[in-house]
Every structure is written in structure tokens, then in C-alpha cells.
Design a protein around this ligand. Structure first.
Ligand SMILES: Nc1ncnc2c1ncn2[C@@H]1O[C@H](COP(=O)(O)OP(=O)(O)OP(=O)(O)O)[C@@H](O)[C@H]1O
Length: 233
């Protein structure tokens, strides 16, 4: 997917400013930045939930908007789960939305997020971490090729965190790309090919995620964060 000069204003407030970003097929991008930098808004534009005020988003080659939506899996702070339905009913519902019914796939994702045991229980009885794992399963249930992940590790215990890390690495090996928003830069660095830093709605830094580039990136990131503190206080 390609974003060209994308800007977004919400209620006249500039949230994204002239964003240029190329997301290559299978690429894992860490999207970093301070609170309010515009990370979630950018993911929403990429998911087409929000439309840019100006600029252009282009789908990967040959893909219609409809096709793009069908290839996309999202983990957003809103879980999009139905609490009065069981875990199984939720996954079945979402799979059907994508025009599929594949019980084996549902079983597989339940196994992957370690929720098989409670799949017939209503979601309102799940803990926060279990709901988050089900939201992750929901994002994977139609076998997307692109993932938009807004703090997907939020609320996960250590074991669940490891499960998700493994899942992302495995999917990435199979060619699935993702954009990962995280406040844990070191963690995101380990899971991604490239890091993009947003500040006040602008991309201010981009670098490949290698051991060598981490320190320099973090020094610059901290510089931006200090500037942000001056803005606020
Ligand atoms: N619905 C909305 N109405 C008004 N302002 C909004 C809305 N959504 C986002 N904003 C503003 O847009 C800016 C960017 O918000 P966004 O949630 O994208 O940032 P973020 O980088 O994801 O932050 P965080 O790390 O805190 O999640 C913020 O200043 C926020 O107040």
C-alpha cells in the first residue's frame, strides 16, 4: 500500500500531515511515537476506516478496495467482539463476514492463541487478556495477508506475549506483512524490518531495524520526546 501526501484533520485539528509511506508486501513496520503523535489515526487511514482530508492512498497492485479490506486483519483498542456470544460464535461470525466457513481454521486460531478450552463460553466471562487474545484470533480468522496492529500486546501476560510474538514471526515468514504500533520500541524493533517515527502527525524518522541503527534511532526519538514535553508543559 502507498500513502502519498496524506493529511488528516479531525474537527479542524491537523492530526496527520503530508504522510508519504510505502508498505511493501510482507514488510513489518514498527510505527512509533509519543502519545497523540497520530499512530492510531494513521492505522485507521490505512484500514480505510478514516478517509484522508487530502492526499492519496493506493492499494497494492491490482487490488480493489473490496479486496484490500478482505486481505486485511486489524487489532485495534476496540476489540469488535460481541460479549453475549461465545468465543466460537464470534470467530464464526467474523469468518462468515469474509465469506468463509472453515471450522478447521477456527480450531487452529483458537489453538494458536491458547483459548480452545473456553471457546464455548460467552465472551463476557473472559478476562481482559483473554478478550485481547480473542481479538487477535478474530484478526487472523480469515487468513489476512496484511495486519494493522495497534498495541496488540496491551493487556497480555508474559506467556500470551510470547504466543503472539511467535505467531507474528511465523506469519511474517509466510509472507504476511504488518504495521505494529507499540510503546515498547525495543520489542517492536525485534519484530520489524523498518521503524517509522511519527511526531505531531508527521513522519520525522525512518530507518531499518538493525542492531546498529537502534541506539541512534532511540537518541533521536528521545530528542523528539523532550521537545514534546516542552510543548505540553
Ligand atoms: N475522534 C477524535 N476527535 C478529536 N481528536 C481526535 C480524535 N481522534 C484522534 N484525535 C486527535 O488526533 C491526535 C492523534 O491521535 P492518535 O490517537 O492517532 O494518536 P496516537 O499516536 O495513537 O496516541 P497514543 O499513543 O496516545 O495512542 C491527538 O491529538 C488526538 O487528540
Amino acid at each position: 500500500m502507498q500513502l502519498k501526501n496524506v493529511s488528516l484533520a479531525i474537527e479542524d485539528k491537523p492530526v496527520l500531515r503530508s504522510i508519504n509511506l510505502n508498505w511493501a508486501h510482507g514488510e513489518a513496520i514498527a510505527l512509533l511515537g509519543a502519545n497523540g503523535a497520530g499512530k492510531s489515526s494513521l492505522l485507521k487511514v490505512m484500514s480505510t476506516l478514516l478517509h484522508p482530508s487530502t492526499g492519496k492512498t493506493t492499494m497494492p497492485e491490482g487490488m480493489s478496495l473490496q479486496k484490500w479490506k478482505s486481505k486485511l486483519g486489524v487489532v485495534f483498542p476496540e476489540t469488535f467482539l460481541y460479549s453475549s456470544l461465545t468465543g466460537y460464535e464470534n470467530l464464526l461470525f467474523y469468518q462468515k463476514l469474509y465469506g468463509k466457513t472453515d471450522n478447521e481454521q477456527i480450531e487452529q486460531v483458537f489453538n494458536q492463541v491458547n483459548l480452545s478450552r473456553v471457546q464455548q463460553e460467552r465472551v463476557e466471562t473472559y478476562s481482559k487478556g483473554m478478550k485481547q487474545r480473542l481479538a487477535i484470533a478474530r484478526a487472523f480468522v480469515h487468513q489476512p495477508t496484511h495486519l494493522l496492529l495497534d498495541e496488540p500486546f496491551d493487556g497480555l501476560d508474559l506467556a500470551s506475549k510470547t504466543i503472539l510474538e511467535r505467531l507474528l514471526k511465523e506469519k511474517n515468514k509466510q509472507g504476511v506483512g504488518y504495521v505494529l504500533v507499540s510503546h515498547d520500541s525495543a520489542h517492536a524493533w525485534d519484530l520489524c524490518d523498518r521503524a517509522v517515527l511519527l511526531h505531531n502527525g508527521k513522519i520525522v524518522l525512518e530507518t531499518p531495524c538493525t542492531e546498529k541503527t537502534y541506539r541512534s534511532f532511540m537518541n533521536q526519538y528521545q530528542g523528539w520526546l523532550k521537545e514534546k514535553q516542552h510543548d505540553v508543559f
